[in-house]
Each structure stands twice: as C-alpha cells, then as structure tokens.
Design a protein around this ligand. Structure first.
Ligand code: GCU
Length: 338
C-alpha cells in the first residue's frame, strides 16, 4: 500500500494545522519510490507571470516523470505568506517549497547580497555566465546547510524604477521620494546611495501602497510591474536596469532528505527543464509587458546609466574583507569578452 506524504499548510494563521503537519513531518519516515509525495509551493507572483507559468510547466514535467506520484500544489499571490515568511516556513520544513527573489534570501544566505549590487553584471551574458558557473552553482547550494536547498535560478531580468508622477532620469530625481524596496539590506543601501528614502513593503501590499501614495514609486522588472498592474498607478518607467536579481526555487532540506534518490532526480530534472523554458518565455513576456504598459499610458524612459552607476559604485567597499566581497571580485573577473 502506498501512503501519501502530504503537507497540510492552509495559511499562516492556521497555527494548529501547521503544528499538526510539523509533527507528522518529524515523525514520518523517508519516502519509498511507490509513495505519493505532495509538495506545496508558495510564492508571491501573479498566475500570469512567466515565473509562475514556468513552475506550472515544472509541475507537469514532474507528474510525467514520476507517473503521477509526485504532486506539486502551487499557491501564488502570497497566499501562504510574504517571501521572507515562506522562506522561514521552508527552513523549518513546515512548507515544502517556495520561489523567492534572491534579494530577501540575503537574510538567510548572506552571499546572495551580490545580486543586489547595482551594475555588478555588465550585461545579460555576464549574468548567465556567472549563474551557470561553478560559483553560481555553489551559491545556489549555499543555503542547504541552513535548510534551504536551491534547485534552480529563474530569469528575473533587470530591475528599474517606476514612479507615480515624475520620471527618474538621474539619481537626484529620487531625492525626497519614498521608494518601495524588498526586505533586503542591500536594496535599502542602494536607494540610500542614490539619495531616495527606502521603504520596505511586501510585494503583495505594494499595489495598495502605491495607490494610497504611501510610497512614490518602486523598482522591479517589466513583467512584475505589468502582471501586478502597478502601471495603473505608476505612469513612468525608467529603464535604468540597476540590478539583475534572479528568482530562486527552493526546497526544504528536510523534505529533500526524505525523498528517494530517484524522486530527487525527477525533481532536479523538472526544475532544470522549467528554468530553461522560463528563460525563453521571459524574453517574450518582457516585450509584452513593455508594449502593454505603453498602450495603457505608461511613458517608458531610457535614462543615461552612468550617473546611476557612479552614485552606487562605493557600495562594494562595505563588503571588503567578507566572503561576499570575495564573490564580488570573482564575479567582476568573469566580466568582459570571454
Ligand atoms: C520580483 C520577484 C518576486 C519579488 C518581487 C519583489 O518580481 O520575481 O519574487 O517578490 O520582485 O519586488 O518583491
């Protein structure tokens, strides 16, 4: 008889349920190849977002590979909590999987801070060269000892500023503006270096924060700006492309260790296939987002990047002598024509 290893997490408020699932998890034995494994994956993005679509693709691939014995339940739109909450639930094994931006991951895996350093990557090619290198792989796996095993990176393009009323054409334009940031010390430091006031807000609450003018603007990639309808409030998108911060797919190390080698392999393959699929989809959806925003009254600006680069160039100094500082140097060395 096959048993079902399931995680009954309904929501963060459902403490009793969380406690029950945690107990059954601790008490449960490792799975066998005939067991049905149900993994729940919580994330913050909309169902039309390319990263969500890629995870749906992963779900299908996993079901095919495992002949229906590995089931992924994807809960979008922050239904299971904001990104930092989801990471913390995954770390404790209460939630099986999550997909978060590398920015809030910095609170758990400090070296993820490299992805918050403005203009560290010269271009998209440099970025992917690093992600696909030994260094990128090690960074993805660095969380395992903290209970957070990275399975793949998803493209999350380049992040740029968008504002309600006045465009950001140079760093001085950020003065006096409250800019929403992710829960990440490096993101806060970046806005400060540029002269703005950083305001951490959960992604799920950002639309309302913009609508009520609690913040004057935010920064993100075009698909997130578009699929979360922030264009309805922010009419200026300035493509300064300050950071390339990937999304990261994570499984709880506790859950991972309970899977058989075969199940681990199916999941690894399905995740990698979804990452490849997503990279293609990303390009298409970015163009769609820019065109769609424009049609809906957004002005897209192309500011000179040099002043932004200069204003943030000192940020790397604060990492001197740390492992993050070493990583930054290695990443810089991987730039240029290769
Ligand atoms: C990106 C990323 C999300 C994240 C969001 C944010 O869209 O894909 O995972 O929540 O940025 O700015 O919070």
């Amino acid at each position: 008889m096959s048993k079902t290893v399931s995680l009954l997490l309904v929501g963060c408020a459902a403490c009793l349920l969380i406690a029950v699932s945690a107990v059954s998890f601790v008490a449960g034995a490792s799975t066998t190849p005939t067991d049905t494994v149900e993994l729940k994956l919580g994330h913050s993005l909309d169902q039309t977002h390319p990263v969500h679509l890629a995870m749906e693709f992963m779900k299908e691939r996993l079901a095919e590979k495992s002949s229906g014995t590995m089931i992924l339940e994807i809960r979008p739109n922050g239904q299971l909590g904001a990104e930092t909450e989801c990471v913390s639930l995954v770390q404790r094994g209460v939630l099986g999987m999550t997909k978060v931006s590398a920015a809030p991951l910095e609170n758990f895996v400090p070296d993820m801070a490299v992805f918050g350093i403005p203009y560290l990557f010269e271009d998209e090619e440099h970025f992917w060269r690093v992600l696909h290198s030994q260094l990128g792989r090690e960074l993805l796996e660095a969380g395992a000892e903290k209970g957070l095993r990275g399975l793949c990176y998803y493209d999350a393009g380049a992040r740029s500023f968008y504002t309600i009323s006045q465009p950001v054409m140079k760093p001085e334009d950020l003065q006096g503006l409250s800019i929403r940031v992710q829960e990440s010390p490096t993101s806060i430091a970046m806005i400060e270096a540029l002269g703005g006031s950083p305001t951490p807000v959960d992604f799920g609450e950002l639309y309302t924060a913009l609508q009520q003018a609690v913040v004057d603007g935010a920064e993100n990639n075009p698909p997130s700006f578009y699929t979360n309808r922030h264009f309805e409030v922010c009419k200026h998108l300035s493509l300064d492309e300050h950071t390339r911060t990937p999304d990261v797919l994570i499984i709880s190390e506790r859950w991972w260790q309970r899977l058989t080698p075969q199940q681990q392999q199916w999941l690894t393959e399905a995740a990698e296939e979804s990452a490849e699929y997503e990279r293609e989809l990303w390009k298409e959806k970015t163009q769609e987002a820019l065109a769609g925003a424009k049609e809906r009254g957004v002005t897209i600006h192309q500011p000179d990047l040099e002043p932004f680069r200069q204003s943030t160039s000192e940020m790397v100094k604060s990492y001197a002598g740390t492992s993050t500082g070493d990583l930054i140097e290695k990443i810089q060395a991987m730039g240029g024509e290769q």
